[in-house]
Design a protein around this ligand. Structure first.
Ligand SMILES: Cc1cc2nc3c(=O)[nH]c(=O)nc-3n(C[C@H](O)[C@H](O)[C@H](O)COP(=O)(O)O)c2cc1C
Length: 208
């Protein structure tokens, strides 16, 4: 399991790091798009249960702007229930091709119904039916139970557009902490942290 590969693809200096973490996030995401990093928008999302036990899963980043990072899911899922209880979340991207990791922490809030509707309306019909048919994170007796529900909703909406289920929509994560990690030779990696405080963002370098 030991991996002794060296990280040699880039560096991150104080000069390369703008005062706004959003600018750096945008630069890095655009860089990942340009370099065609496989699944660059897949991010690990961690939430907290009421028992204080963290849980993680991958979701897709669907939009990002000055205000935060947007993903879509089932509000009744495990993650949805955990966010309802405690909306502090953490996010992690790892892009092997660029030897980059981004860690983000912040607060998740539901996006407006209009934003969720617009996103839902643009999804393929199969995904729209799936959002009705899957009671995400609930136990299934069998695969055929799920497939039966898919047929049920296909019939129900056979002659109409599929409306967004009320339990399905987006969250926007408002970050208050970012860490940009660039792999370097000899494990002497660059780690630039942006921490939000009353005066704005404070930027510091962390030891690798
Ligand atoms: C590459 C990838 C992308 C995924 N994107 C999403 C997504 O955008 N939204 C979502 O709800 N689940 C997505 N999933 C499924 C989740 O990882 C997870 O299985 C599901 O949301 C249930 O999680 P929960 O039970 O913790 O709520 C994705 C999984 C993978 C592997």
């Amino acid at each position: 399991m030991e991996d002794r590969s060296e990280f040699l693809k880039g560096h991150l200096s104080e000069i390369d790091s703008p005062d706004s973490p959003f600018k750096l996030l945008k630069n890095w995401i655009e860089g990942a798009q340009k370099m065609e990093v496989d699944e660059y928008s897949a991010m690990v999302l961690s939430t907290n249960s009421s028992a204080g036990s963290p849980s993680s899963r991958i979701v897709y980043l669907r939009d990002f702007h000055q205000e935060g990072l947007v993903f879509y899911t089932n509000y009744n899922s495990k993650k949805g229930r955990e966010i309802a209880h405690d909306n502090r979340v953490a996010v992690n991207f790892f892009w092997k091709e660029l030897e980059q990791q981004i860690r983000i922490e912040g607060i998740a809030n539901k996006v407006s119904d209009q934003i969720s509707n617009k996103y839902f309306d643009d999804r393929p019909r199969g995904s729209q039916i799936g959002a009705w048919a899957s009671y995400q994170s609930e136990q299934l007796s069998s695969r055929s139970e799920l497939e039966g529900r898919v047929r049920e909703f296909e019939e129900k909406f056979a002659d109409s557009a599929v409306p967004r289920p009320p339990h399905w929509g987006g969250y926007v994560i408002f970050p208050d902490y970012y860490e940009f990690w660039q792999g370097r030779k000899g494990r002497l990696h660059d780690r630039m942290v942006y921490q939000k405080d009353a005066d704005g963002w404070t930027k510091i370098r962390l030891s690798p």
